[in-house]
Write a protein that binds this ligand. Structure first.
Ligand SMILES: *Cc1c(COP(=O)(O)O)cnc(C)c1O
Length: 354
């Protein structure tokens, strides 16, 4: 059999100390495509090289799998019998899948009525116990933190350092795919684990002698859920980008350090800008991501339109999750169904070929 991609822990073994290869719990996550976005790049006034790291191509459809393989492998190796997480959706989908693979029970605590149907379907199909709390994500997270601290249940939210350690691998892959780091790396910021981990990944690769220049980390929040930009907790975060609807990010300090130390920034975009970017990716590039993911393109376009680039920059956008996670986001704004009688003439008429 041809040797195929073996998942991030095997592919980047020197960067992950434990556990031993035999006890890795993997769905062969990572190895995601770095897709050129030439048609969108042509729309901005200066020539740049623009690529999307399409994390929707991970086994459960989001980058969360990169951290989950480590977190679940180590929890299982330590003898855990169950996993728990609070989630806006993708963490629960990933925990549910990796949990069954490891033979563990999985409990997911989700905020009331705010989970997209694709993500909920994943948790259910993998037999996780799904508990909706009548409250917000931040409340769900504090509950599971307390539960995990006093019971033998492993917490697999991104407050678990194994998650962030695994999520560093996206930076390793980008450098391997490009031959160097990009000049700018844009990504959506919710709990801020991913920007913290991506930055740690670039630094680890530099320290291992695999790259010289580091990128500027450009974190993008949604205007209605932008605690880091505002400098204070947002009690009632609101945005259609549910995966970044977070009012009190767990990795707040890590995100600030990543943007400051890299010479980047953390800024916000409106829901309208996020939707524009979401539709651009789908209708111009054939790339279908979930709304939160499109925040990275929205952020790039905002910077590009305000003249931040002079030409020649190499830019990577993390597209964090697959569009199929949240099909309702499409139907809220678009319908395209055309019903006709089942006759060739009727179809030709629609095609304008009569
Ligand atoms: C989790 C998630 C985010 C936010 O990542 P953080 O590490 O919480 O900042 C963004 N987009 C998608 C699709 C996600 O699942």
């Amino acid at each position: 059999m041809k040797t195929s991609w073996r998942g991030i822990m095997a592919e980047y073994a020197p960067f992950f100390g434990s556990p031993d290869p035999a006890s890795i719990v993997t769905l062969q996550e990572g190895g995601t495509p770095l897709i050129p976005l030439d048609r969108i790049a042509r729309e901005i006034p200066v020539p740049v090289s623009l690529h999307a790291k399409f994390e929707g191509a991970n086994p459960t459809g989001s980058f969360k799998d990169r951290g989950m393989t480590l977190a679940v492998s180590r929890a299982a190796a330590r003898g855990a019998r169950a996993l728990i997480c609070a989630s806006t959706g993708n963490t629960s989908a990933s925990a549910a899948a990796y949990g069954v693979r490891a033979g563990l029970r999985v409990f997911v605590v989700i905020p009331d009525g705010k989970i997209s149907r694709g993500k909920l379907a994943q948790a259910i199909v993998h037999h996780a116990t799904v508990i909706q709390v009548e409250g917000l994500f931040d409340q769900a997270l504090s509950i599971v933190r307390e539960v995990a601290s006093s019971h033998p249940i492993a917490l697999v939210n991104s407050v678990n350092p194994d998650r962030l350690e695994g999520q560093r691998s996206v930076a390793f892959e980008i450098v391997d795919q490009m031959g160097s780091a990009p000049d700018y790396h844009f990504l959506p910021v919710g709990n801020a684990g991913n920007i913290t981990a991506s930055w740690a990944g670039y630094k680890a690769y530099r320290d291992a002698g695999r790259l010289t220049a580091l990128p500027r980390m450009m974190g993008v929040q949604a205007e209605g859920a932008a605690p880091i930009v505002l400098g204070h907790v947002v009690e009632k975060p609101e945005t259609l980008a549910s995966a970044i609807r977070i009012g009190n990010p767990a990795s707040w300090q890590g995100a600030l350090a990543a943007s400051r130390d890299s010479g980047g920034t953390i800024f916000s975009v409106s829901d309208e800008e996020i939707l524009e970017a979401y539709h651009l990716l789908a209708s111009r590039e054939g790339v279908f991501c979930e709304p939160a993911s499109a925040a990275s393109l929205a952020g790039f376009l905002k910077k590009a339109r305000s003249g931040a680039f002079s030409g020649g920059e190499r830019i990577v956008l993390t597209l964090t999750g697959h569009g199929l996670k949240d099909p309702d986001a499409v139907f809220r704004t678009q319908t395209s169904e055309i019903r006709v009688p089942a006759r060739k003439e009727e179809v030709l008429a629609v095609l304008g070929l009569t």
